[in-house]
Ligand binder design. Sequence first.
Ligand code: ADP
Length: 334
Amino acid sequence: MDKDGIIKLVNAQAEKLFEYERENLLSQSINLLIVDNNKGSEVDRGKLFFKLSQTHRLILNIHGRKKNGHEFPIEINFSPLQTETESLVSVAIRDISERKYIKELERKNKELEQFVYIASHDLQEPLNTITSFISLIEEEHKDKLDKEGSAYIDYIRESANRMAMLITDILEYSRIGRKSQFEIMDCNEIVAQVIHDMNATLVETNAKITYGKLPAIRGYPIEIRLLFQNLISNAVKFQKKNVSPDIKISAFEENEFWHFTVKDNGIGIDEKHKDKIFIIFQRLHNLRKYDGTGIGLAHCKKIIELHHGKIWVESVEHEGSTFHFTLSKMEENL
Ligand code: ADP
């Protein structure tokens, strides 16, 4: 544009972005394309720019306007352009809809995490009061309760304990990725550690876990450990009656990712529940059969997404499941 904000030259990209023919833009005011919600018009800014005679950028509250009236957020860079005859301003306009959308999403996620954290934290207090008073009733008034009364108290305690577990889970979930630093770690070591910590369960269930050579990866160590722990303990937990768990963990390279698999010979998962199981507190079985709160796989999904990977399951019911996940090999992606 010239110093009065009149469009002098238009490139093909601008025609495409604003959906105008070039001849309909030339000699028009730049205000045709720009909706400026800041004080002072774009033309004034252009004039100001001329005075300052230096490159500058505008992002806040500026929208582009297509020929059909559709508005979209933009960023503008002004820079001097001296031709043989006159001084012009080169106006580079970039559509930042996507960038804005991602920022907004990130902000909302943060807000939600904070909300979850505060809410679950505040839920603990009344729950503590409930459990304390149940204990008091049991200790001091036990003799006044008949059989039915005692059974009711047991139900209340059981539910309170379960609620405490759920709250702890939500708190942990909201903490994933917080204050954690990413490091290079050896997955062989992590898996060995997880197996070591689960020793009692593994002996009890006669489980066999084998793993080939696993890679070193870059990631958040606490979270990656939790990921393996959840997948392995599920593989042990969801076993068929009278069949010892046989679990195989492996990893192979796939372009810029490491592709891991955790395979079991357990009860398997019905095709129609393959996505549902990754949602927080979603479970497919009743508590008496398999315990748990239903947060393990939601944790895994959140951890994998934090590392820009993917997680999914392949399974044949009554035969077993293979959980797949990918982790980026590249540091820059984290
Ligand atoms: P939890 O283990 O606490 O129930 P998860 O989020 O870890 O919660 O798992 C959700 C559900 O997915 C489980 O309740 C179970 O129905 C199913 N599931 C998870 N892992 C397996 C597996 N290895 N084999 C069969 N079903 C599984």
